[in-house]
Design a protein around this ligand. Structure first.
Ligand code: DX5
Ligand code: ZN
Length: 216
């Protein structure tokens, strides 16, 4: 079995010391840099856009896992490819033609991810799971860091794992929101492949050790 991947969310980084926090992730046991882009329309918050992603990319040495919480993501697929994104994740709820969007992400040379809000059932992916490289299961309502983990995520992850196995899909399962050592073990047992953690990492006194503890 593949070891669980850890993707620290830079949303919780100190933006006045962004280079320092990106390098912290470079020098840790983390696997990816998780980058949250919010537009103030799909979610009730605005995080950062292309210039900041470019600044992150300049210093990052690990794959960029870009999570778009924006409406009409198709408009920006090429730009994120040019910014060096490895994974580009769009929200199921923001895509009218999800299949077309995923194809466009792959044509642009990236891996295609789909994020599900807490209320969106995994069964809705039944007819597209084979085309997805990563499913991001939101374990909080998207828009803010530091929220409490929603407990029914465990059942959702188990159901998603069963769907992926039944359909012979290679999609990775990523969990995003309220992740900590209090739920990491159960999430991995349920089928999670990638854990995103923002506050738990960057608000801790020793982020490098915290990343190591999640990885363990
Ligand atoms: C929430 C973002 C998350 C967020 C997680 O909308 O998608 O990636 O940064 O933050 P924590 O780990 O603090 O819940
Ligand atoms: Zn995220």
């Amino acid at each position: 079995m593949q070891k669980t991947k850890i993707a620290p969310s830079l949303l919780a980084a100190d933006f006045g010391n962004l280079q320092r926090d990106v390098e912290l992730v470079n020098n840790s046991d983390a696997d990816w840099h998780h980058i949250d882009v919010m537009d103030g329309v799909f979610v009730p918050n605005i995080s950062y856009g292309m210039p900041v992603v470019k600044a992150i990319q300049k210093h990052a040495t690990k794959p960029l896992d870009v999570h778009l919480m924006i409406v009409d993501p198709d408009r920006y697929i090429k730009e994120f490819a040019n910014l060096g994104a490895t994974y580009l994740t769009v929200h199921y709820e923001a895509c009218t033609h999800l299949h077309r969007t995923l194809q466009a992400i792959k044509v642009a040379g990236m891996k295609a991810g789909v994020a599900l809000n807490p209320h969106t059932p995994v069964q809705l992916l039944e007819n597209i799971i084979q085309d997805i490289d990563l499913v991001c299961v939101m374990s909080v309502n998207p828009g803010f860091g530091g929220q409490s983990f929603i407990a029914n995520t465990f059942d959702k992850v188990r159901a998603l794992k069963a769907l992926i196995t039944a359909r012979g899909s290679k999609a990775l399962i990523e969990i995003d929101g309220g992740v900590s050592t209090a739920n990491a073990k159960e999430l991995v047992a349920a089928g999670a492949d990638v854990l995103v953690a923002g506050s738990f990492v960057f608000k801790s006194t020793d982020p490098i050790a915290t990343i190591k503890s999640l990885k363990a």
